[in-house]
Design a protein around this ligand. Structure first.
Ligand code: NCD
Length: 342
C-alpha cells in the first residue's frame, strides 16, 4: 500500500512489504521515544483522537506518539460527551472533524463504524478498534514485539507456534493478530477458549486455507504446552448482552507462574494486549509472573509508541524528514538511553 494519505482500517490491506516498511520506520523512532533527541517534524499538524469506547494505552500512546513528532492532539472520550449522543451520524461527525484535523484516530463500539466514518473523512483515519472486529495498530505492535522476542531467542517468525487464550470470539486484538501472522509461513495457532468463545469460523477457515496449522483446545495447560508465545486475552465483557453470561467465562483460564513452570517451554514469551483483568474473579494473568523475564507485556506497551509514531510518519509522509528540525532534550529524564528490554 502507499501509506501516504491512506486510511488504516484493517490488516486485510497489508502486504508483507508494508509491515517491513512500518517496522523499519519504527526502529528509526527510538532516539525520539527514548528522549535522546526532540523532533518537531509534525509541528502544526493536528490529530483528532476520538475514543468513543474505553481506552487507556491506545488513546494515550497514539496521542503521545503524535506529540513526540511535534504535532498537537485534540480528544473526545466517550459517546456521552460527544454529539453522537445527540443523534449525529458518523458521516456528519467525519465531515466536521476532518475539517479540524490532519489525521484522525477513532475507536468505536460498533464493528465497521470506523470504515463508515473514513468514507466521509477528508483526512486519513486510523482504526483504534471497532467493536469486536479489528485493531490493526495493536497487531502491528504485537508482531513487532513477537519479532523482537523471537530474535532474542535466535529465531524468526516463520514456523512460530503461538497459543491464543481467552475470548477469541470477541477479541479484536486476536482477530487482527491472526490476520497479520497469516502473512508469514507455517504458523502454528493453538486456540484456547471455551467452546462458545471460539475464533469466528471465517478466521478459522482463512488460517487453514492459507496452509497454517490450527489446534483448538479448551484446556489451558494443554494449550500452552510446546509453544513459543502465549498470548492471553480478557473476556470482552462489554460485548455480551448479559453480564451474567460474561461472568460465567471469567476466571476459566488463569495463567500464572505455576502453570508456566508446569506446561510452558522455559523460554516461552507471555503477551497480552492489556488491560489484564486483575480482579480476583478473573485474574487471567497473575502478578506472580511479573518477575518472569519472559513476560513481554510492558515491552509491548513501550513498542506501541514506536509503531504509532511510524504509522503517523508514513501516512503523513515525513519519515525521511525526521531530522529536519531536531533539538536536544534539556530536562532531567531517566529515559534517555534507557531500555525496557530485559
Ligand atoms: C484491547 C482492545 O481494546 O481491544 N486493548 C488494547 O487496545 N490494548 C484489548 C482489551 O480491551 O481486552
Amino acid at each position: 500500500m502507499s501509506f501516504i494519505g491512506s486510511h488504516i482500517i484493517s490488516i486485510n490491506d497489508f502486504k508483507f512489504s508494508d509491515i517491513e516498511k512500518i517496522f523499519k520506520v519504527a526502529d528509526e523512532m527510538k532516539p525520539f521515544a527514548q528522549k535522546k533527541l526532540i523532533t518537531r517534524v509534525l509541528e502544526g499538524a493536528i490529530l483528532s483522537n476520538m475514543f468513543f469506547e474505553a481506552s487507556t494505552r491506545t488513546r494515550i500512546s497514539f496521542g503521545s506518539a503524535f506529540n513526540l513528532l511535534g504535532g498537537s492532539v485534540r480528544e473526545t472520550t466517550g459517546i456521552a460527551a460527544s454529539s453522537l449522543s445527540k443523534g449525529e451520524s458518523l458521516h456528519d461527525t467525519a465531515k466536521v472533524l476532518s475539517g479540524y484535523s490532519d489525521i484522525i484516530v477513532m475507536r468505536h463500539p460498533a464493528a465497521g463504524s470506523v470504515a463508515t466514518f473514513s468514507e466521509a473523512s477528508r483526512v486519513p483515519v486510523i482504526n483504534g478498534g471497532d467493536g469486536d472486529n479489528e485493531h490493526p495498530s495493536q497487531a502491528l505492535l504485537d508482531l513487532y514485539t513477537i519479532r523482537q522476542e523471537m530474535a532474542a531467542r535466535g529465531r524468526g517468525i516463520e514456523g512460530l507456534k503461538i497459543a491464543m487464550v481467552g475470548d477469541l470470539l470477541h477479541g479484536r486484538a486476536v482477530h487482527s493478530l491472526c490476520k497479520i501472522l497469516m502473512l508469514f509461513n507455517n504458523i502454528e495457532y493453538h486456540l484456547v477458549s471455551p467452546k462458545e468463545l471460539r475464533l469466528p469460523e471465517s478466521y478459522f477457515n482463512d488460517l487453514q486455507s492459507t496452509g497454517h496449522k490450527v489446534i483448538t483446545s479448551s484446556q489451558l495447560g494443554e494449550g500452552v504446552s510446546n509453544v513459543d508465545i502465549v498470548y492471553v486475552t480478557r473476556i470482552q465483557e462489554e460485548r455480551f448482552d448479559d453480564q451474567k453470561e460474561a461472568d460465567h467465562y471469567r476466571g476459566l483460564f488463569r495463567m500464572n507462574q505455576s502453570i508456566y513452570t508446569k506446561y510452558c517451554e522455559p523460554n516461552t514469551a507471555i503477551m497480552h494486549p492489556l488491560p489484564r483483568d486483575s480482579r480476583q474473579q478473573a485474574n487471567e494473568l497473575d502478578a506472580d509472573l511479573n518477575q518472569n523475564p519472559n513476560l513481554a507485556i510492558f515491552r509491548q506497551t513501550d513498542n506501541a509508541i514506536l509503531i504509532r509514531m511510524a504509522m503517523f510518519a508514513t501516512i503523513l509522509n515525513v519519515e525521511d524528514r525526521l531530522y529536519d528540525r531536531t533539538y536536544p532534550v534539556t530536562w532531567f529524564t531517566k529515559k534517555r538511553g534507557a531500555s525496557t528490554q530485559k
